[in-house]
Design a protein around this ligand. Structure first.
Ligand SMILES: *Cc1c(COP(=O)(O)O)cnc(C)c1O
Length: 428
């Protein structure tokens, strides 16, 4: 382990043609002193790079692969579907089946439309909320990431944060001026904002479990409070469950915490590793969409058969009894194991975990918002990342990302990971 020569060559070559050598900034090792590793194949909990190194994978394509890599049923479904044609630009029966499954599971969703990415989902949900309320302003929370949608690239998390551009140049001032951002878990700030300009606020959008500044759970009462203030002022509440949907629980964070938004954005897991997004909510709001209503939204490849069967097969596997309990229990065991390993090595960390999302923050203090996440020792995190990589454990190359577990991660992988973490902590 530790030979990444072929990856280095490929990265140099990629950089000549692709900005930064990557097609999404999170793939660059922004906060790690190394080039990205080029992967070749995956199976279950493992993936293998072009130099022949294998890794236990806790990134899982940034969340979607909740069943692990190359799950037999998902691959078989994609193969047999592909033989029948990869798309028609017409409705297909499978789309309705997938959508019906989602509607039955996600409390807020009465109608749903499929798109191709999480970004498209949040962009469309915002447009719909603005049309529904006739208002323009939107409220988000610092460190939440909602895709690269102009008005949402204000104090954004994930790669925007890792690469030091949480508020992106190129977003028109007039667009940015419609966005307000509050500290996560800070109900008072939200109340004050609504007291000042509540009549002009179209929507509040948030990750009900924040995952793009590391995993930061909602504090007790926070989601309920956001629900109540939006209701009072007639603003649309949008849960961005692109990451948490069918990840923290069947039906997402709204099912787990019992708080129902007006609109919900989905992606990642519901596409089973293929490009998918979705947004849905009350029939009343969704009926504003074209061709029924006046709000335009469209997509050439939306609901394409390959992504839909991959998602359908994934949700079928997740609907088996006990799947989420086991995912949560194993994630908890892993999270506690890493925490104990850090304690044994005398490294102060703060661990969070909700369902199969988890983060080890290099912080003495609890992390409940962006300021807390940014106070972490990111340099130390970077060294920890490299030490794990050398030991065949692949976590996200940034402190500001969540870890993920899949159903393919067994007790053996967890023990191996905890042992690797303990060794890694001792080198810091
Ligand atoms: C990943 C993510 C998005 C963006 O989804 P893409 O498919 O990358 O466009 C939006 N919101 C959240 C919460 C996400 O985690």
């Amino acid at each position: 382990m530790g030979n990444w020569e072929r990856s280095r060559e490929l990265f140099e070559d990629a950089g000549r043609y692709i900005p930064g050598g990557v097609n999404s900034p999170v793939r660059a090792f922004g906060s790690v002193p190394m080039h990205p590793v080029f992967m070749e194949r995956g199976r279950g909990a493992y993936m293998y790079d072009v130099d022949g190194n294998g890794y236990i994978d806790y990134v899982l394509s940034w969340g979607p692969l909740v069943l692990g890599h190359a799950h037999r049923d998902v691959v078989a479904a994609i193969q047999s579907r592909a033989r029948l044609g990869t798309g028609f630009g017409t409705p297909t029966e499978l789309e309705t089946e997938l959508v019906r499954t989602i509607i039955e599971a996600v409390p807020s969703v009465e109608q749903l439309r499929l798109v191709n990415s999480g970004t498209e989902a949040t962009m469309s949900a915002l447009r719909l909320a603005r049309a529904y309320t006739g208002r323009e302003r939107i409220v988000k929370f610092d460190g939440c990431y909602h895709g690269h949608v102009d008005p949402l690239l204000i104090k954004a998390g994930s790669g925007a944060l890792t690469h030091g551009q949480p508020t992106s140049p190129g977003v028109p001032e007039a667009t940015a001026a419609t966005t307000r951002s509050c500290p996560y878990n800070d109900l008072e700030a939200l109340e004050a904002l609504f007291a000042a300009e509540g009549e002009q606020i179209a929507a509040v959008i948030l990750e009900p479990v924040a995952g793009n500044m590391g995993c930061v759970p909602p504090q007790p009462g926070f989601l309920e409070g956001v629900r109540s203030v939006t209701e009072r002022y007639g603003a649309v509440l949008i849960f961005d469950e692109v990451m948490s949907g069918f990840r923290v629980a069947w039906g997402g964070a709204q099912a787990l915490y019992g708080v129902t938004p007006d609109l919900t954005c989905l992606g990642k897991v519901i596409g089973g590793g293929l490009p998918v997004g979705a947004f849905g909510g009350t029939r009343e709001i969704m009926q504003l969409l074209s061709p029924v209503g006046p709000v335009y939204q469209a997509g050439t490849l939306s609901g394409n058969p390959l992504a839909v069967v991959a998602g359908h097969e994934t949700l079928a596997a997740l609907s088996e009894p006990g799947v989420y309990e086991q995912l949560s229990q194993r994630s908890e065991r892993l999270s506690w194991g890493i925490l104990r390993a850090a304690e044994n090595a005398g490294v102060p960390v703060y661990a969070t975990q909700v369902g199969s999302m988890f983060t080890t923050f290099f912080s003495r203090e609890p992390v409940t918002d962006l300021a807390g996440a940014q106070a972490c020792d990111t340099e130390r995190f970077g060294r920890f990342f490299l030490e794990l990589l050398r030991r065949g454990v692949y976590i996200a190359p940034s402190q500001f990302e969540s870890g993920f577990l899949s159903t393919a991660h067994g007790d053996g992988e967890i023990e191996q990971t905890v042992a690797a973490a303990e060794e890694a902590f001792r080198t810091l």
